[in-house]
Write a protein that binds this ligand. Structure first.
Ligand code: ATP
Ligand code: MG
Ligand code: MG
Length: 550
């Protein structure tokens, strides 16, 4: 289980509970609803909800919705669905940072009253110039010494909508010479007219910044451990500054961990949005996307995503995880849980010329080689079959163990057959094989010889035509866009291969969307939600073996 694998954050929490610092813990997962969740978010979800679960605490789902122009309700709903899909529950209600807009505003007036915040008339560019650099201290804003009365008056008029976008900001009065740039009088509020916020509509034209909103939201919810990624380490002094100076009920502790980076994909929502909006992928749930919706459509299970998160662990070390780690998590899961089935991706017709009249019309096949409890099924059998083109070679390479002219192979769960005749079309392409069965090989080995190869097949008469999509990595380089190039230059042109005219054993046509199978010898596949009875669609989740680096 996830809890069997501890990490430095779990250790801190355990110590805080043991010492009595906290009687119970409360964490939160705070996505901004400006895109769909991706596998990096899963790391944060599994951590935040996982520790709450394992230590008898609570985890809040809180939408960090302070940038209304990039956010919408579709994203809110997709995030809720994805968190639920991963297997977590968030208590009676969902939280929104916008729930606190009125209180955040009140705390800002508190800061002004204490002389700790001021209204600044510098525009964005000037503010940046005054801020200084890593090696150069900033300079005080000329508006820094406004009186409390002036500041209160201006701030109230900002709220009343008297000033246009960008005309004024509210800034914390901290230290323009601080070596930490985040403490150089950070902006707390900006003016944004004309946006309709998905929660608060047009009530506000003044929006608080993340650095101001986040610590106060945490404190108002009684968060004990505020877990975030390492790039916020430098923001921690500001986080602490804010909660220490407004009248909130508690002081949460921010702890940082390294974000997940995964090879051959991108995780920034800005870039994922670009892939969707430019039609480079088919949507947020395109199976090539690293989004949870994409992984789900790819056939991933919530268990596999959680197991992946457990395997990568939680540390402060920056790293780049190999795609093979994600794929082995789903492969291990499906190897154990997915029923087996037969599907021929590149059909080649086989006619059995001497099938005995008493040959069975169905063959009994085990649904899982290791789990008898998963039962058996009846697979239609007959004199006309299809096998995969790659299982026959007229001029076989050395060591080829499948069907060759004059050679023998076993049909999975059925007879040993021998290829007697190869039929070609006018262009010389093999279109059919005439084969004879050894009638004495159903469920037993042939007399006096060994037949090594076993191939899968589908009854040509009963099989169901289907479309199968084979996915490969979306990018052809481990770190797309690294080295300053456009990340789109690194797209893999062969990331999707669509096979039409595949032949499935008929039972697969009735499978529910989302049902996962091992297609024997081919890989793990999931029934796509766009399937119809007439046109089943399957997506390959992962190959049978790790093919990365080959
Ligand atoms: P982006 O920069 O792509 O917009 P973000 O971090 O701003 O990502 P949020 O919606 O704010 O996206 O993220 C919600 C939570 O998920 C945050 O607490 C964040 O730390 C965490 N998170 C986001 N990406 C990752 C990642 N790659 N690895 C671990 N945690 C992540
Ligand atoms: Mg963001
Ligand atoms: Mg964020």
């Amino acid at each position: 289980s996830d809890s069997a694998r501890t990490n430095f954050i779990r250790q801190i929490i355990q110590d805080d509970l043991a010492s009595g610092k906290h009687a119970a813990i409360r964490t939160r997962f705070p996505p901004e609803p400006n895109g769909y969740l991706h596998i990096g978010h899963a790391k944060s979800i599994v951590l935040n909800f996982g520790v709450a679960q394992d230590f008898g605490g609570t985890c809040n789902l809180r939408f960090d919705d302070t940038n209304p122009h990039k956010e919408n309700l579709e994203f809110v709903e997709s995030i809720k669905a994805d968190v639920r899909w991963l297997g977590y529950a968030w208590g009676e209600r969902v939280y929104f940072a916008s729930d606190y807009f009125e209180r955040l505003y009140g705390f800002a007036e508190e800061l002004i009253q204490q002389g700790l915040a001021y209204v600044c008339d510098l525009d964005a560019e000037e503010t940046r110039a005054y801020r200084g650099t890593l090696t150069e201290p900033g300079r005080d804003s000329p508006y820094r010494d406004r009186t409390v009365e002036q500041n209160l008056d201006l701030f109230r008029r900002m709220r009343a909508g008297e000033f246009p976008d960008g005309a004024r900001t509210l800034r914390a009065k901290i230290d323009m010479a601080s070596p930490n740039i985040n403490l150089r009088d950070p902006v707390l509020y900006r003016i944004r007219h004309g946006v309709i916020h998905h929660q608060t509509g047009s009530e506000w034209c003044l929006y608080p910044t993340y650095d101001y909103t986040h610590p106060i939201s945490d404190a108002l919810e009684g968060i004990t451990h505020s877990l975030c990624t390492l790039e916020f380490e430098d923001h921690r002094p500001l986080y602490d500054w804010v909660v220490a100076r407004v009248s909130v009920p508690c002081r949460p502790r921010q702890i940082e961990f390294s974000r997940l980076n995964l090879e051959y994909t991108v995780m920034s929502k800005r870039l994922l949005t670009q892939l969707v909006e430019e039609g480079i992928v088919e949507g947020w749930d395109d199976p090539r996307m690293p989004t949870l919706a994409g992984l789900r459509r790819r056939g991933f299970t919530p268990e596999a995503v959680r197991e992946f998160c457990a395997r990568i662990g939680v540390t402060k070390a920056d790293n780049l995880v190999e795609m093979g780690v994600l794929e082995s998590a789903i492969r291990d899961d499906l190897d154990n849980s997915a029923p087996r089935a037969m599907a021929v991706l590149h059909p080649l017709r086989v006619v059995l010329t001497n099938l005995p009249p008493d040959a069975p019309s169905t063959i009994t096949a085990q649904n899982h080689p290791k789990h008898a409890h998963m039962g058996t099924r009846e697979v239609p059998f007959g004199a006309e079959l299809c096998i995969d083109r790659s299982d026959f070679e007229e001029e076989p390479p050395k060591g080829f163990k499948r069907l060759v002219p004059g050679g023998e192979v076993r049909l999975r769960n059925a007879y040993v057959i021998r290829c007697d005749e190869v039929i070609k079309d006018g262009a010389g392409e093999v279109i059919e094989l005439r084969c004879s069965v050894d009638p004495d090989t159903l469920g037993k080995n042939p007399e006096g010889r060994k037949v090594k190869g076993v191939i899968h097949w589908v009854s040509a008469q009963h099989g169901v035509r289907a479309e199968v999509r084979l996915y490969d990595r979306l990018f052809s380089t481990p770190q797309p866009g690294s080295g300053g190039s456009d990340f789109r230059d690194d797209l893999n042109p062969d990331s999707l291969r669509t096979l039409t005219g595949c032949l499935l054993e008929p039972g697969l046509a009735a499978a529910m969307p989302g049902a996962r199978f091992q297609f024997e010898r081919e890989g793990y596949f999931v029934k796509d939600g766009d399937s119809t009875l007439e046109r089943p669609l399957f997506n390959r989740a992962v190959t049978l073996r790790d093919t990365w680096g080959q």
